[in-house]
Design a binder for this molecule. Sequence first.
Ligand code: PMP
Length: 368
Amino acid sequence: MPSSAESLANLPLREDLVGLAPYGAPQLDVPILLNVNENTHGVPEDVHAAIVQAVEDASRGLHRYPDREFTELRKNLAAYLGHGLTADQLWAGNGSNEVLQQILQAFGGPGRTALGFPPTYSMYPLLSSGTGTRYITAEREGDYAMTPEGTARAVRDSGANIVFLCSPNNPTGTALDLEVIEAAYAAGEDARAIIIVDEAYGEFTQEGTASALSLLPGRPRLLVSRTMSKAFALAGARIGYLAAAPEVADALRLVRLPYHLSAITQATANAALTHAATLLSNVEAIKVQRDRIVRELGQLGLTPAPSDANFVFFSGLEDPRLVWEGLLEAGVLIRDVGIPGSLRVTAGTEQETTAFLTALRRILGPAG
Ligand code: PMP
């Protein structure tokens, strides 16, 4: 039998997709999963009960298509975000990945380019190629930071139609100063570039790190995406969203599939948002473990990047593959993001974090 890769070569795949690898974080059956930046605390019991009730109610209407405009969800999202946002400025999809894809469908495509600043979220190039958008990159500074000047130069020189700014950035955890976003926006004036600030990890930021939501007034090309997969502990429900000028939602209506958010998804999201405070109660505990990981990895002689997210990226490993495998053997799955000498770990519960740090200490040995 030919392998499926050989069989794939027999199909008339689009030329720009030939040779690409799909998104591929391994899904392994391991006791401690710290590899895809989920909220490992789970959903609190009373919120779970509210979701089950909402889904039960919604299931009685499953013979009908859902509200295509997810009106209640947009109201709830606007109320959650604050910043004076109104429901017509909100949009949602099946995970923020779908929202990002819709943005590329509406504003990218053949003949257009999207700019990213690696190392950054691995889906930006894949979503770009999937929509026929050329993906180009620009450098970060040595410590993964970005400056207003460097960012503005990259945006201007590239003439990109779409710019991905990930803050806090996956996989490094680095947040962007608002000046960087303002500079990117101003530099994209000539090309009328769409500036996307991906704030998937926005709830985990350090004190003093501001959200790009505050920059939305007067900036119709600025889009801020968020997700319920991380802080809200709802990765399995697939709910991501976007805040922007109302006309951005009009653009996305042109490319979304009709009724793309199921009645079950909408019911889940609405119940969760009604209980947002309880659902987010574990965020502080996760931040404590995040800061503990940074501190203890430093004590082990490694180089953790400062993190505004629910994960820590660390360098200084002689053989990251060996460390990754050693951790897996100890029942702890973390992420090899393919950057030399480095790995990334999600901040889990206190117990999970202890298990990770204990196993790592053992693997690295007394010399640390
Ligand atoms: N943006 C970033 C930076 C992410 O890390 C992720 C998930 N890993 C996403 C977007 C997409 O998340 P989701 O589709 O679950 O909302």
